[in-house]
Design a binder for this molecule. Structure first.
Ligand code: ADE
Ligand code: ZN
Length: 338
């Protein structure tokens, strides 16, 4: 119908997609076979791409998903694997009118398997270079995330390696974030890591909070870690003062509606605070998170929000402009996107 056409045509910015979360069950099995990686034989979900996809429809929580998500990493070995994965995502996103994409990746989970950081980034950069030729209207940026289920010293090790690469200062990496399990991982645990990032001059910092964890984690991430953005941030709605703070500071939340429903953060789409954030002038973007696992890319997320909240064209204009303003690109690029 007309609104679907409008949502399709709307130029989009995606700020919250994990490249490892874009691996389809088919590609996962194909790469496992090519790279001679054996998948878990004690889990019937790994019988075939079909059984795996069925299992994805029954996630009980973030940690239940993360178990499968990190098994999926094991099939990614060479730079060409990362190139194919990244190029396929970019093509799909571009077909849904994504004109600016900021892509997360989890270097620690590759390095710990013996796949060096430079292999991962070489593949992703090759995809970005091809996309610059094939999709000249699209800008692509990369953001490494530290993993919260690993010990804090491992996060320091990652940051040291990334700083030594010089990639935060040559345009390869646009910022630094953190992901993985949330409950019990209070921001104060990562204060020293973010202090190193700040004093090294990394301009753009973010962190996943308020997905499963309480609004205090969001508030403390802002004050203790100095992040300029919050990934998810859904549960910020539980603290009226925090809502005001987010609105006044123009801090963008990168919401992932389908992800929140699939991982049981909310019972259904209507329970998301979309209307409340709009009314309170909290800036947010709408994103896919791990589209191959959750059954929806960015357009499906826009459409799901539309069905649940019946937003107006003006509401969508506000969302789209907020997403551009909150992007980590130059002001010149923002003007082009407007
Ligand atoms: N890594 C990939 N997807 C994630 C999510 N939704 N929350 C935390 N870590 C993640
Ligand atoms: Zn995420």
């Amino acid at each position: 119908d007309k609104l679907h056409q409008f949502l399709h045509a709307l130029p989009k910015c995606e700020h919250h997609v994990h490249i490892e979360g874009t691996i389809s069950p088919e590609l996962l099995f194909r790469l496992a076979s090519k790279n001679e990686i054996s998948l878990p034989s004690d889990d019937p979900a790994f019988e075939s791409p079909t059984t795996l996809l069925t299992r994805y429809q029954n996630f009980s929580s973030l940690d239940d998903f993360l178990h499968y998500y990190f098994i999926g990493f094991s099939v990614l070995l060479g730079a060409s694997d990362f190139e194919a994965l990244t190029y396929d995502y970019i093509s799909l996103a571009y077909a849904q009118k994504v004109y600016h994409a900021e892509i997360f990746f989890d270097p620690q989970a590759h390095i710990s398997r013996g796949v060096p950081y430079h292999t991962v980034i070489a593949g992703m950069n090759a995809a970005k270079d091809r996309a610059a030729v094939d999709f000249p209207k699209l800008s692509v940026e990369f953001i490494p995330c530290l993993l919260r289920h690993l010990p804090v010293p491992s996060a320091h090790g990652l940051l040291t390696e990334l700083l030594e690469s010089g990639h935060f200062f040559d345009g390869t990496l646009v910022g630094f974030g953190m992901s993985s399990t949330e409950l019990g991982k209070h921001p104060s645990l990562y204060k020293s890591v973010y202090e190193v990032a700040q004093s090294a001059g990394i301009a753009n910092l973010t962190a996943h909070y308020g997905e499963e964890g309480p609004s205090d984690y969001v508030k403390d991430a802002l004050s203790i870690l100095g992040v300029g953005r919050i990934d998810h941030g859904r549960r910020s709605v539980e603290d009226a003062e925090l809502i005001t703070q987010l609105a006044e500071s123009n801090t963008m939340l990168t919401l992932c509606p389908i992800s929140n429903v699939v991982l049981k953060g909310v019972d259904n789409m209507h329970d998301l605070p979309i209307r409340k954030f709009l009314d309170a002038d909290v800036r947010f973007s709408i994103n896919s998170d791990d589209p191959a696992y959750f059954g929806g890319y960015i357009l499906e997320n826009y459409c799901a929000v539309q069905e649940a909240f019946e937003l107006t064209v003006d509401d969508w204009g506000k969302i789209a402009r907020g997403a551009i303003a909150g992007s980590w690109c130059s002001s010149l690029r923002k003007e082009q996107l407007l």
